[in-house]
Ligand binder design. Structure first.
Ligand code: ATP
Ligand code: MG
Length: 446
């Protein structure tokens, strides 16, 4: 008798994506990838671990992420300071500069993957979470800003998601922010009694970020604070107006939110967020902005950039709330068999059916045994397969298989010659039409 072992559970704030949810994730990712592709964006994959210094430089020292959220550690083999990436832009920009990707003109890129931030776990806020993001490198005009925003709108439409609204702002250039910053600090100093401890700490390091506070006691104060928008010069205003004109012409609704700033230091001009009220406190599903100064700080030629990142957990939760549940089908065909000879035949036939492009689950023995016909048929029903193929001793000696339709109430059972079974199934399931396999397996009705 062995001792009962204590269970090991996942790290707090880091989630498993279980098979029941996987089809929705897959649907999100497939839809997002095809939207990105339809705008000419190319995939880039960067490492999950980077030098800690990369993030400090790209994100800025006085930010939530760099101050308190990074998973940083020392590589015990060589003492290198490393960090699990908290976001995707830094790595993409590093790769663009390192490989000189923008040498022959601008690039449209997208990425997806896990990000890590040591935050207090709560609904919509995790320590490992997944982002889907795009970066457009080398474009300066407001047209690319509009394109990125409209690409998001298309994605919400394609996913059947309603009620995601767009908030927009321009945070100008460094000079404009500098003038605003001086007035902002003076304003907050004059109201120092209302500032919380975090705001006081940030007052001189990153006062813009105070505007982003979630503290209810400070809302009136930040609402009445000097607005960056009124400090914008001609060029910044022209860029912002250009963006709004394209959005207006394309019927994209938005609200200008003068308090919208990005937590990251390197943003300039356009910033935007897509927000929903359907997810409670963590309602921002996508955040983006322009970062024209960033590439130069990495040693690249001055090259403008703009991007966004969306939180996949939040969007999948929204899909769950707004769509009918996806019903995953494991397979097209479930193979039921009884007896040694039948099992060998079942294996051979299952391989042939897969060769023909269909998905097959072959019943396999468990510690409880191989299972009666009846219990195997229950598994076949539960699998979502269109057909069960049944092979017993009689079928083996007659050179046939029994094929039973599972998706009709009074499913007919046909006897089909072993060698004709593949064609029969392909004919029944694909019906001579082109068969888009991946999509057939997720039945999602927005
Ligand atoms: P906040 O001010 O709410 O912390 P942020 O500025 O840190 O937001 P971004 O860095 O812009 O967020 O991240 C882009 C998107 O990624 C967010 O809008 C959200 O959808 C998602 N996201 C960010 N952090 C988390 C997290 N800890 N868990 C789940 N999703 C997240
Ligand atoms: Mg954050």
């Amino acid at each position: 008798m062995s001792d009962k072992k204590e269970k090991i559970v996942a790290i707090k704030g880091m989630n498993d994506i279980l098979p029941a949810d996987a089809p929705l994730w897959e649907l999100f990712e497939n839809t997002a990838e095809s939207v990105l592709k339809s705008y000419g964006y190319q995939k880039i994959v960067t490492p999950i671990v980077e030098e800690t210094g990369l993030f400090a430089r790209a994100i800025g020292a006085v930010t939530d992420i760099v101050e308190k959220e990074m998973y940083s550690f020392t590589d015990s083999m060589n003492g290198d300071l490393l960090t699990l990436r908290p976001e995707g832009t830094a790595g993409v920009v590093r790769a663009v500069v390192e490989h000189n990707l923008a040498y022959d003109g601008p690039k449209r890129l997208w990425y997806k993957g896990p990000m890590f931030r040591h935050e207090r776990p709560q609904r919509g806020r995790y320590r490992q979470f997944f982002q889907f993001g795009a970066e457009a490198i080398g474009f300066s005009g407001p047209d690319i800003d509009a394109e990125l925003i409209m690409l998001c709108r298309r994605l919400w439409d394609d996913l059947g998601l309603d009620g995601i609204r767009l908030e927009l702002n321009s945070i100008g250039n460094a000079d404009e922010r500098q003038r605003h910053r001086a007035d902002l600090i003076a304003y907050f100093e004059a109201n120092a009694d209302v500032l919380d401890a975090e705001a006081k700490r940030r007052l001189h390091a990153n006062p813009l970020r105070i505007l982003d506070t979630k503290n209810p006691a400070m809302q009136d104060l930040v609402n009445a604070a000097p607005q960056l928008l009124s400090y914008l010069g001609e060029e910044s205003l022209a860029h912002f107006d250009g963006l709004k004109a394209i959005l207006d012409a394309n019927n994209v609704q938005y609200t200008v939110n003068p308090r919208l700033v990005r937590g990251l230091d390197y943003y300039n001009r356009t910033v935007f967020e897509w927000v929903t009220d359907a997810l409670g406190a963590q309602g921002t599903v996508c955040a983006g902005g322009r970062y024209d100064p960033l590439i130069e700080t990495f040693g690249g030629k001055p090259t403008p950039g703009i991007g966004f990142a969306m939180g996949i957990e939040r969007l999948v939760e929204l899909m769950k709330a707004q769509g009918e549940p996806a019903e995953p089908a494991q397979c097209d065909v479930y193979m039921v068999h009884q007896g040694e000879q039948a099992r060998l035949r079942a294996f051979i036939l299952a391989e042939r059916i897969r060769d023909a492009g269909l998905d097959v689950v072959l019943h396999c023995a468990t510690p409880a045994g191989a299972g009666s016909f009846k219990s195997q048929m229950k598994k076949a029903d539960g699998s979502g397969a269109a057909f069960a193929v049944i092979i017993g001793e009689d079928e083996v000696s007659n050179g046939v298989v029994a094929v039973k339709s599972l998706r009709e109430a009074e499913g007919q059972q046909e006897s089909v010659a072993f060698d004709a079974a593949v064609d029969y199934l392909v004919d029944q399931i694909v019906g001579g039409h082109d068969h888009d396999h991946d999509h057939d397996h997720v039945h999602y009705h927005p």
